[in-house]
Design a protein around this ligand. Structure first.
Ligand code: BGC
Length: 500
C-alpha cells in the first residue's frame, strides 16, 4: 500500500528551482526501511570518523604552520605562499573608476567599481554562469569568452542614449583581472597558472601566463582596456576588507574553493630575497592553502569517502585540504556515505536509487537546506529526497541525514579554523586579536558555519581564541580588485615599477 498524502506545498531553492513537497505518513508504508536503532548505530560510526578533537586540531595547526613557513622560504612548495606584488594596506583614500573581471569557480562577473575614498564605493555588475564545457575546453576560448563579456559590458555601460561611446579617443580603462586559481607571479600583471582547481580543466593553460593569454583575447576583440593587475580573490578580499575596516589582517574564502591571504613582511619572504625589494615593505601573500597536505597526505584525517572524492577527481592527490572543506565537495562526501549504506542494504531497500548514484548530484546547498529545516517532520528533507532523487524516507532516516550533514559541515568549519589558527599563530595575532574577512557561498549560506569556525578557534587557543573573529567580507573580487588597481597605479606614478 502506498503511503497516504497528508499535505503539499512548494519551496524555492537557492538555485532558483521550485521544489514540490508532499508529506506522507510512514507508519502505513510497506517499504522495508531501516529501524531507528540501526540508523543511530550507523550515526555513531560516522561521528567517530568525522569528528575532530581539539588535540587533533592543534596537531594540524602545527603542521600547517610548518608548511606556511616552508612556502615562504623556498619556491614551488606544496603550499606555495605566492608573493602577490600587492604592497601594504590601502590608505582608504583610493578613488576613481575601475573595471574588474572576475573568473571564479562558478560564474564570470564583470564589474565597474567607483571608489569614492573614505572606505566607500559603488558598483555595477553583470554575471554570467560558466558551463561545464567552457571549463574543460581550450583555455584561449575561455579567455575569448571573458573578453566578449567584457566588451558587451563596456558597450552597454560606456555609451550614451544614441549609442555613442563615452570614452575619449584612445582612452583605455584600467582593468583588474581576478583570476582565482594558483598562479606564480613575478610582477603584478603576470601570472603563470600552476594548476587548475575547483574542477576546471581548460586545455593548454597550465604552466602558461594567463595574463598574456587574456591580453591576446582583449586585443582580438579590440577592447579599450589596460590590464593593470592579476589578482586572487583572497588578496582582493584582504584589501577590500581592510579598506572598510582596518582591523582586518587575514582574508579567507570558503566557496567552491578554499584559500587565504594575509599581509607579510618582505623580510620574511626569503625566496624573493634576490629581487632586492625594500625590506621595510609589506606584501600580501596568497597562501593557496587548499593545497595543504597534498600528495603525501600526512596530516589531515581523511576518511575513505574523502579518498574516493580525491581519486575520482580530475586532479587526484591535489588540493587535499580544499577537498575536505569547500562547497564543491561536501555534497559529494555525503552522497558517498549514502551510497555505501544503499550498497550495504541499510537504506532504500526495494526502491530505485539510480538517481543518487551519479557523482556530484548531491549539491552542498542540500546540506545547508537539510541543516536549516525548521520542521519536526523534516519536510525540507522529504522534499529533497522525493523531488530530486525519487526515494521515500522515514523520519529516522531524515534525522540521520541531517546529523550526517552536520558532521560533514562541522568538520569543514573546524578544519577551516585550523588554517586560520596557523596564520594567527605564525603572525602572533592572538593576544592583540584581529578580524578575518570571510567570503564564499559556504561561509555566507551554510547555517552555523561561522559559529563553528569560532568554536574551533576556542578549541585550539582556549578563551583567547575569541580574539579572532571572522566577519563577512567586502566583495574582494570586484571592489578589492579595483582598490588594488588604484594602489598599483599610485605605485607606478611614484616610479616604484618594476616591483609592482
Ligand atoms: C583556488 C584559489 C582560490 C580559492 C577560492 C581555490 O581552488 O586555488 O586560488 O582563492 O579556490 O576561490
Amino acid at each position: 500500500m502506498v503511503a497516504s498524502r497528508r499535505g503539499s506545498g512548494s519551496i524555492t531553492l537557492p538555485t532558483g528551482q521550485t521544489m514540490a513537497i508532499h508529506t506522507r505518513t510512514h507508519e502505513e508504508e510497506d517499504l522495508p526501511h531501516a529501524t531507528k536503532k540501526t540508523m543511530a548505530d550507523h550515526l555513531r560510526k560516522y561521528e567517530s570518523l568525522f569528528t575532530l578533537t581539539p588535540q587533533r586540531m592543534r596537531m594540524i595547526v602545527e603542521a600547517f604552520k610548518d608548511s606556511l613557513e616552508l612556502g615562504l622560504q623556498k619556491p614551488k612548495q606544496v603550499v606555495p605562499m605566492i608573493p602577490t606584488f600587492v604592497f601594504g594596506w590601502p590608505t582608504g583614500k583610493e578613488s576613481g573608476d575601475f573595471l574588474a573581471l572576475d573568473l571564479g569557480g562558478t560564474n564570470l562577473r564583470v564589474c565597474l567599481v567607483t571608489l569614492q575614498g573614505e572606505g566607500k564605493f559603488e558598483m555595477t555588475q553583470t554575471k554570467y554562469r560558466l558551463t561545464e564545457e567552457q571549463k574543460q575546453d581550450e583555455g584561449q576560448k575561455l579567455f575569448d569568452f571573458c573578453a566578449e563579456c567584457l566588451k558587451t559590458f563596456i558597450d552597454t555601460n560606456f555609451t550614451d542614449e544614441d549609442g555613442n561611446s563615452l570614452l575619449k579617443p584612445g582612452e583605455l580603462l584600467p582593468l583588474g583581472f581576478t583570476f582565482s586559481y594558483p598562479c606564480y607571479q613575478s610582477r603584478i600583471d603576470h601570472g603563470e597558472l600552476i594548476r587548475w582547481t575547483k574542477g576546471f580543466g581548460a586545455k593548454n593553460t597550465e604552466g602558461r601566463d594567463v595574463a598574456e593569454m587574456f591580453r591576446q583575447s582583449i586585443e582580438k576583440y579590440k577592447i579599450p582596456v589596460v590590464m593593470t593587475a592579476i589578482i586572487n580573490d583572497t588578496t582582493g578580499t584582504l584589501i577590500a576588507s581592510h579598506y572598510v575596516n582596518p582591523k582586518t589582517k587575514i582574508a579567507v574564502i570558503f566557496g567552491t574553493g578554499c584559500n587565504a591571504a594575509y599581509m607579510e613582511d618582505v623580510s620574511n619572504i626569503e625566496k624573493i630575497n634576490e629581487l632586492g625589494i625594500n625590506k621595510q615593505d609589506q606584501m600580501a601573500i596568497n597562501c593557496e592553502w587548499g593545497a595543504f597536505d597534498s600528495f603525501e597526505h600526512e596530516h589531515l584525517p581523511r576518511t575513505k569517502y574523502d579518498i574516493i572524492v580525491d581519486e575520482t577527481s580530475n586532479k587526484p592527490g591535489e588540493q587535499a585540504f580544499e577537498k575536505l572543506i569547500s562547497g564543491r565537495y561536501l555534497g559529494e562526501i555525503l552522497r558517498l556515505v549514502i551510497c555505501e549504506l544503499i550498497d550495504e542494504g541499510v537504506l532504500f531497500l526495494g526502491q530505485e536509487t539510480y538517481k543518487l548514484e551519479t557523482p556530484y548530484v548531491f549539491e552542498t546547498a542540500f546540506l545547508s537546506l537539510m541543516e536549516s529545516d525548521p520542521t519536526d517532520e523534516l519536510l525540507m528533507i522529504i522534499g529533497i529526497f522525493t523531488h530530486f532523487f525519487a526515494v521515500e524516507t522515514t523520519l529516522a532516516e531524515r534525522q540521520f541525514f541531517r546529523a550526517l550533514a552536520m558532521l560533514i559541515g562541522r568538520r569543514a568549519a573546524r578544519l577551516s579554523a585550523c588554517g586560520i589558527a596557523a596564520i594567527v599563530g605564525k603572525m602572533g595575532y592572538l593576544d592583540e586579536g584581529c578580524l578575518v574577512g570571510a567570503d564564499g557561498s559556504l561561509y555566507n549560506k551554510y547555517p552555523g558555519f561561522a559559529d563553528r569556525v569560532h568554536e574551533g578557534l576556542v578549541d585550539i587557543f582556549g578563551e583567547k581564541g575569541r580574539n579572532i573573529k571572522t566577519v563577512h567580507a567586502e566583495d574582494g573580487s570586484g571592489v578589492g580588485s579595483a582598490i588594488i588597481a588604484a594602489m598599483t597605479k599610485a605605485r607606478r606614478d611614484a616610479g616604484l615599477y618594476p616591483h609592482v
